[in-house]
Design a protein around this ligand. Structure first.
Ligand code: PHE
Length: 505
């Protein structure tokens, strides 16, 4: 069998893995979560989630891909053939459930990058975003027409994704990450430094970001429990756990490698990035609320509203270099989003070539075309509503189920002792014994609780007030459809099945 490709250097791999983790979610999702859930007090459940679920699962997924030298389907099939469809569910969800709309959001950012040259969003930024840019229809079932500028941005994103993924790992993804990541870090620091010295910025940061409202994280209250669930959800999405991305990337590492320090580096840099980016978000919004004399609570918004409504409004009001500030902000989103989109693409194409022994270049071309065609639904006038529902269901359920499956597979079926032996053997660092307890008991139990609380909330109140019919058809439909595709893929016979070197010893 042909040798598996390898990263050219450890730093190249780490930057690519960090590029995958650091994405749109670090910039708008983290800040909003922190604000909504008690400012600085949110950091406590966040850090606990980091330690109890983030790091143990990152080590697990990293080690799984490395031990098997395989993408998730092959790794799952080797450990427990019956579980192969769950192994397929990860790359399928990653690609069809997330990447198809993630690339569209990067496409929006490209448009807004261009708009920032003449601040074309005008003074009514909300109206501009919803009516002129997205041209939103009245319901997710009324998809209307494709919106041309969004189509162009999306096509461009897929083209870049294809150019990078088409090449070999070391000359494609690794090289791109070596260029993208330093640019991302420098631009982010520039933005943060710029934002914190604006009038009123530091006061807002102190009052809303670095303050502690402990009553908000009290487990005795329903809202307190929600904060804990949000913190775990944020860690999961942000580190990209349960997606199979890290397993795919680590399958290209050489045999000797330090898994523990690698996993810790990816987790820490990702979370530190979110924390630092938070200063830019709180600073800019703080500035806006202080010049307009409106309360901070009214100025801040979550999700897409933060980047495409609140930020443009704040940019309009900056004392100087507004256009440059806008361009830097949207460029940061483009770079962060693109490096995540690449990893979401690679996970599926790697899985397909692991199973069907097909030429990597051809399969990448095929899936970038399929991906682009699939994205079209999100470029329509009903696109944002479909996107919102798919994101909610996939983000809250598929990933958590993926995480639980990984814990059970590695912790109980393969056994954590075997995995620990592998980690100790290939690196120079030794794993703490608590890891076994974490992945066998603690992490899966917490994930089960989160799943249960999420389902309970779902039934109690329909997400974002959408009709139940829309939620079931689109949200539950996306879960079932992705699992069906995964199941079908698992039924084909292996063209490239090889036993793990570890089992032959
Ligand atoms: N972590 C990315 C973000 O925060 C999203 C992502 C998830 C990317 C999973 C890759 C894998 O935006």
């Amino acid at each position: 069998m042909a040798e598996r490709q390898q990263w050219g250097s450890r730093i190249g791999f780490l930057l690519a893995a960090i590029g995958s983790a650091v994405g749109l979610g670090n910039i708008w999702r983290f800040s909003y979560m922190a604000y909504e859930n008690g400012g600085g007090a949110f950091l406590i459940p966040y850090i606990i989630a980091f330690v109890l679920a983030g790091v143990p699962l990152m080590i697990l997924e990293y080690a799984l891909g490395h031990r098997e030298k395989a993408s998730p389907p092959l790794a799952f099939a080797r450990i427990k053939p019956l579980w192969e469809s769950l192994g397929w569910w990860m790359p399928v969800v990653t690609f069809f459930g997330i990447n198809l709309f993630y690339t569209v959001i990067v496409g929006w950012c490209m448009n807004y990058f261009v708009f920032s040259f003449d601040l074309s969003w005008g003074n009514q930024t909300e109206q501009f975003f919803q009516e002129e840019f997205l041209q939103i229809s009245s319901s997710p079932f009324d998809i209307g027409n494709i919106v041309l500028p969004i189509l162009v941005g999306t096509a461009f994103t897929w083209l870049l994704c294809w150019i990078i993924c088409f090449r070999k790992i070391s000359s494609g993804i690794e090289k791109a990450s070596m260029i993208f990541m330093p640019i991302l870090f420098v631009l982010t620091l520039v933005l943060v430094a710029w934002s914190v010295q604006l009038e009123g910025a530091w006061e807002a940061i102190k009052k809303h970001y670095l303050s502690f409202d402990f009553s908000k994280i009290d487990i005795g209250t329903a809202s307190g429990r929600k904060v804990w669930v949000d913190a775990f959800g944020q860690i999961f999405f942000s580190l990209g756990l349960g997606f199979g991305v890290i397993a795919t990337y680590s399958s290209y590492l050489p045999r000797k490698t330090n898994i523990i320090s690698g996993a810790l580096t990816i987790c820490s840099v990702n979370c530190l990035y979110s924390f630092i980016a938070g200063f830019a978000v709180f600073g800019t919004i703080g500035y806006m609320s202080s010049v307009n004399g409106i309360p901070f609570e009214e100025a801040i918004k979550g999700g897409t509203g933060l980047a495409f409504v609140v930020y443009p409004e704040a940019i309009n009001q900056l004392p100087a270099f507004n256009k440059l500030f806008g361009a830097v902000f949207f460029l940061i989103l483009i770079v962060a989003g693109l490096s995540s989109a690449i990893s979401l693409t690679e996970t599926l194409t790697c899985s397909i070539s692991d199973k069907f022994k097909v030429n990597r270049g051809r399969i990448t071309t095929l899936f970038c075309v399929i991906g682009f065609l699939g994205s079209l639904i999100f470029t329509t006038q009903g696109g944002i509503m479909i996107l919102d529902i798919v994101d909610h269901f996939i983000g809250n359920y598929a990933l958590i189920i993926g995480g639980i499956a990984e814990c059970l597979l590695v912790g109980w079926i393969l056994t954590s002792i075997k995995m620990r032996r592998h980690i100790d053997e290939v690196g120079t660092q030794k794993l703490l014994p608590i890891w076994d307890i974490a992945i066998r008991y603690i992490t899966p139990s917490i994930l089960f609780i989160i799943l249960g609380v999420g389902l309970f909330n779902e039934i109690k109140a329909p997400y974002e007030g959408y009709e139940m019919k829309a939620l079931i058809i689109i949200g539950v439909g996306a879960l079932l459809l992705t699992y069906t595709i995964a199941f079908i893929l698992s039924r084909f016979s292996w063209k490239n099945y090889s036993r793990s070197v570890n089992d032959q010893q």
